[in-house]
Design a protein around this ligand. Structure first.
Ligand SMILES: Cc1ncc(COP(=O)(O)O)c(C=O)c1O
Length: 444
C-alpha cells in the first residue's frame, strides 16, 4: 500500500501558522506531496507521523554515516549532558577531537570548530583573505559552500544569468546580500583544467584562495576529471593561492582523510561538517599551521558562543572513533553498498524504460533523469547537468519512491550509510520496482 500523509499534512498546515513557510530550511519545502514530519529512526529506517516506514537514503543530508539512533551515540551524548550541556569554555574533549582529526587528515596541523559548515566557510574565507592580503576567492559554478552571502555566489542561478562559457557570472541566488560580495568572486566551470588556468591568469595576484567540493555533490554528483585536483594544487603552489577543500559532504564519508585521501591530493585547509558530528550541529576547519597565524595573533576574529560545545564534541568523538575503528574497510565497504544500490536502480530503470542514469562513486551518487533526446554519458559540470537532467520528471519519480517507502534527496542525490545492509538494499529495490512501474505508467 502506497504511503499517505494525512497527519503530516495536518502538522504542516499547523506549522504554516507559526513557522515561516512551515519549514526551517528552504529546501525542505521541495518534499512532495508535503514536507514530512518524522517521529523516530533506527538504522537505515525512518518512521513518519502517519506511521509510514521508509528506507532512508537522505541520511540527514549525508550527516549520518552510522544511520539513525546508532547504538552508543545517545549514551555518549547523554553521559556528557549529565555533566553539563554548555560551558562556553575549554574541555579535554576538544583536544581529543582535534587530535583525532590530526591523525586522520594530513593537512590538519591546527583546527577550529564551529556549529555549521556555513560558519566554517565564513571563517576560512576571512582567514585566507587576511593571510594573503588578496580580496578574491575563486570558486566553481554549481559548487555550494553554505548559505551565507559568500558561499552562495555562483550557485543556483537561472540560465539567463549564467554568463558565457568562458566568463561564468558571479550571479547570486538570493536577494538581500551585501551588494559588493559577488564582485569578490571569480567563477569557473568545473572539470575544465585549461579553463581554470586561464581564469587564474586573468585574476593573477588577486586570488586569495581556490575553494571546491572535491566531488561536486550539490549539483548532480560529479567526480573530478583526471588532472582536475592536481591542476588546482599546481596553480595554488605557483601563485601563492590557498587551496581549500570543502569536504562538508565528502569528509569522513570518503575515508578517514576524506576525498583528499581518496584522490591522493592534499589541500591547505579542509572544511568539514555533517558526518563529523553524526547529526549534531558540529563543523570545523583544519589546515597547515601557517594559515592560522592571523587567528593565533588575534588579527582575525573567530568566535562563537556554542563553538566546541561539549555535547557536540562527545558526539564527534564517538563518530571519529567509529570511523577509525573501520580501519581499511572504509571507504571500500560503504562504496560496495552504494554501488549495489546504483546497479539495482540502473537495471530496474532499464526494465521500466525510464531514462534514469545513476552516477557517482557509490559513497554518494545522483540519479540523472535524462531529458528526451539528451546525450548519454556522464554529466561533467553544472551547465551540462541543467541541460540534460529533467528535474520535473525526476520530482514525479521521487514522489513515487517516497510513497513506496524509499527516501532519496528531493533533487536526486542518494547517501548510503553503514546501516544499509545487503538485505535492506534488496528490500529497497523491491520497493523501487513498484515505484518505477507507477512512474512509468503515469509517464505514458
Ligand atoms: C559542500 C558544502 N559546504 C557547506 C555546506 C553548509 O553546511 P551547513 O548546512 O552545515 O551550514 C554544505 C551543506 O550542505 C555543503 O554541502
Amino acid at each position: 500500500m502506497a504511503h499517505t500523509y494525512e497527519k503530516s499534512r495536518e502538522l504542516f498546515a499547523r506549522a504554516e501558522r507559526c513557522v515561516a513557510g512551515g519549514v526551517n530550511s528552504g529546501i525542505r519545502k521541495l518534499e512532495k506531496p508535503v514536507p514530512l514530519y518524522f517521529e523516530r529512526g533506527r538504522g537505515c529506517r525512518l518512521w513518519d507521523a502517519d506511521g509510514n516506514e521508509s528506507i532512508d537514503f537522505q541520511n540527514g543530508q549525508g550527516a549520518l554515516l552510522f544511520g539513525h539512533a546508532p547504538e552508543g551515540l545517545a549514551e555518549a551524548i547523554g553521559a556528557q549532558a549529565r555533566l553539563g550541556t554548555h560551558w562556553a569554555a575549554q574541555s579535554q574533549l576538544e583536544i581529543e577531537v582535534a587530535e583525532r582529526l590530526q591523525a586522520m587528515i594530513p593537512c590538519a596541523e591546527l583546527t577550529r570548530f564551529n556549529n555549521s559548515a556555513t560558519e566554517a566557510v565564513n571563517s576560512v574565507f576571512r582567514l585566507v583573505r587576511a593571510h594573503t592580503g588578496r580580496p578574491m576567492i575563486l570558486k566553481f559554478e554549481g559548487h555550494y559552500h553554505g548559505w551565507g552571502d559568500e558561499g552562495l555566489v555562483g550557485f543556483g542561478a537561472t540560465e539567463d544569468r549564467w554568463g558565457s562559457e568562458e566568463n561564468p557570472s558571479n550571479a547570486h541566488p538570493s536577494q538581500g546580500i551585501i551588494p559588493e560580495v559577488p564582485g569578490h568572486f571569480a567563477v569557473v566551470q568545473w572539470n575544465d583544467p585549461e579553463h581554470l588556468r586561464r581564469r587564474v591568469k586573468e585574476f593573477a595576484g588577486r586570488i586569495a584562495a581556490i575553494v571546491f567540493e572535491p566531488v561536486l555533490c550539490n549539483t548532480c554528483c560529479i567526480e573530478p576529471v583526471e588532472g582536475m585536483l592536481k591542476t588546482i594544487r599546481e596553480l595554488c603552489d605557483e601563485h601563492g593561492i590557498v587551496m581549500i577543500a570543502d569536504e562538508t559532504i565528502t569528509g569522513f564519508r570518503f575515508g578517514p582523510a576524506g576525498a583528499q585521501g581518496y584522490f591522493g591530493v592534499d589541500a591547505d585547509i579542509m572544511i568539514y561538517g555533517k558526518a563529523v558530528g553524526g547529526g549534531v550541529p558540529f563543523a570545523g576547519f583544519s589546515g597547515r599551521r601557517r594559515f592560522f597565524e592571523k587567528i593565533l595573533n588575534g588579527q582575525v576574529v573567530h568566535a562563537g558562543t556554542l563553538n566546541s560545545n561539549p555535547l557536540c564534541l562527545a558526539a564527534s568523538k564517538w563518530c571519529l572513533d567509529k570511523i577509525l575503528h573501520c580501519g581499511n574497510s572504509h571507504p571500500s565497504e560503504l562504496n560496495r553498498i552504494g554501488c549495489s544500490m546504483m546497479e539495482g536502480l540502473r537495471l530496474l530503470a532499464d526494465r521500466h524504460g525510464i531514462p534514469l542514469r545513476p552516477q557517482g562513486p557509490g559513497l554518494v551518487f545522483h540519479t540523472v533523469m535524462l531529458k528526451a533526446g539528451a546525450a548519454e554519458g556522464p554529466v561533467l559540470n553544472h551547465r551540462d547537468y541543467v541541460r540534460r537532467h529533467d528535474a520535473t520528471r525526476f520530482a514525479h519519480l521521487r514522489q513515487c519512491l517516497l510513497e513506496e517507502g524509499v527516501r532519496a534527496i528531493e533533487r536526486g542525490l542518494w547517501f548510503v550509510g553503514f546501516e544499509h545492509r545487503e538485505a535492506d538494499i534488496q528490500e529497497a529495490l523491491q520497493r523501487v520496482d513498484v515505484a518505477f512501474s507507477r512512474h512509468a505508467e503515469a509517464s505514458h
